[in-house]
Design a binder for this molecule. Structure first.
Ligand code: ZN
Length: 200
């Protein structure tokens, strides 16, 4: 996935050695072994998470729900740093190929709409950083070691965010159906009699 030469590894270590914020260092140290390498997208995920934690006043250990609009790199920091995983339904991938996430806290019982925050990597703002902008628009290729320091330097200046209304899904009773075609058990979404594999 993320192949890096020894030289690039060394350059990345030098870059990370210049990070001053101990909280950010600790976050990067957790993301690197989980994701494999500090990619630009993984760092963007970390920075977006930190914006959301502050803006939504997320307490330590509090559950958050994340919808990530790209499947590459960005979802991983939310899994390892915020415990919002695919398996606990804290993380959804809505792969629109966008550098954007929407984050909300858990809604209180009986509440079906909650305020969340949608954060984007803002092309109007990345313009001020030509190399980052070219990477974002893919008009030029750069290794992560060239983009990561720009992101670290820019910090939150390249992001925009706004409050959004989020519909909280109503929990329905789980129903198991035996597929009329293959005979395997599956969870029904509607009243369908064939499993997803047999209707494809
Ligand atoms: Zn089937």
């Amino acid at each position: 996935m993320h192949k890096n030469s020894d030289e690039e590894k060394h350059r990345m270590e030098t870059i990370l050695g210049q990070v001053k914020d101990p909280e950010l260092i600790s976050q990067i140290e957790k993301v690197v072994p989980f994701h494999g390498f500090l990619t630009s997208g993984a760092l963007i995920g970390i920075q977006m998470l930190n914006i959301a934690k502050r803006e939504l006043e997320v307490q330590d250990g509090e559950r958050i729900y994340v919808t990530c609009e790209t499947k590459s790199c960005m979802p991983d920091p939310f899994q390892i740093l915020a415990g919002a995983t695919i398996g606990n339904n804290g993380l959804k991938i809505h792969n629109l190929g966008k550098m954007a996430v929407t984050i909300n806290k858990q809604a209180p019982e009986g509440v079906y709409s909650i305020k969340g925050l949608r954060i984007i990597l803002d092309p109007e703002k990345t313009k001020a950083y030509p190399k980052l902008h070219a990477w974002y628009l893919n008009t030029e290729k750069f290794p992560h070691v060239e983009i990561v320091p720009i992101l670290l330097d820019a910090g939150e200046k390249v992001y925009s965010w706004k409050s959004v209304d989020i519909e909280v899904p109503v929990r329905r009773k789980k129903r198991i159906q035996c597929c009329k075609n293959c005979g395997e058990m599956f969870t029904q979404y509607d009243n369908e009699l064939l499993c997803g594999g047999c209707t494809e």
